[in-house]
Design a protein around this ligand. Sequence first.
Ligand code: SF4
Length: 416
Amino acid sequence: MSDNTALTEHDIVHALCAPDAASLYSAARALADDVFGRQVFLRGVVEFANHCRRNCLYCGLRAANTDVERFRLDDEEILHAVSFAAAHGMGTVVLQSGEEAQGDVRRVGALVREIKRRHNVAVTLSLGDYAEDHYRYWRDCGADRYLLKVETTDDALHARMRPGTTVTERLARVETLQRLGYETGSGVISGLPGMTPRILARDILRLSAMGLEMIAVGPFIPHPGTPLGAERAAVDIEQALRATALLRLLNPGANIPATSALDSACPPQDSGTQYPVSDTRLNNQDSAHSPYGKGGREQGLAAGANVVMPSVTPERVRRNYAIYPGKNTVQCSVTEAVRQLKLRLEHAGYQPSDAIGASLSGRFRAADPMQGCKAAQTIRAAATPSGNPSGHFADNAHTHSTTPVPGTEQFSKEPA
Ligand code: SF4
């Protein structure tokens, strides 16, 4: 097969499962350097409410989890957190919440207007499923971006993980947001129970075909307050890193975060934080290609990410926004957490940037039709460092096991 042929699902599976990912990471980081340099955009996330009507199986905020202390910040608290973010060099603020049964659409619109009046920042909304009229209203109020993760594009897995929702509906909303002129982001959770390499490969290709400005992938981390809490607590950070690298190679100009979930699964060594994820499988940490041997965010950046999204949610409530274990559990103040994060970035050789940091996806779509070929060549080369150019190996893509163990047999690094 010619190296110039279009990338296939098989190529992506091979890259996800190859014995070594060093060249994949280095190619992705080199591309990120070419496009964004060493700057890393900071997005301050204000998690302003943790009420949710949904029952996603993986999420600690699911409605059925009665152990969560629910909160809703008032306008003053939200605006104070936004001011903090703007004053600490964050060019974007993200207003995020669970999916409220009756979200206050007018209130969100008024907040967006007020933030835009007070600060020169981009405003991203991450509020879940709403009607097109509501998305349009917020856009008219000045919202710049919207994040709506699909989590997986596999119909059966999505239906199981997100009861009452469908991939079709979710992707239709993403298209609506794009049509309304939002910089639009989506993403997936790697390692969901039942996810196979083939499913993740399809997710990567699907996301890459959508013309997104932002794409995120975080590892599944079992939450004890969910039906998946009894899953063996094996967090496969390396699959998330490989997916991040592949997304970078396929989407050169997209904003791709080194997700907070990476840091929760792999906290910085000097954080002093006790994380409740045990038996964690961190394949990348001690390998030769481990980017800096430190936190998950550094590893995500070394795999091609260019964004970090620290929480600036007030300390009195931020622990209650526990989508997964380890999120927002840092012991120090928000001010100190942000200071430490910037130091980590600088220590790892990056420049924390206060720029608004718009996506460059459009530039690459318009200007570089050969990018797909280059990505295909790079990914194929990265997947065959040990001499298995045929890429022939087994995949359990057609088995949707009901008793999967995330991060183990589903993602063997060794082609069989
Ligand atoms: S993932 Fe989002 S929609 Fe689903 S339960 Fe959690 S907060 Fe709600």
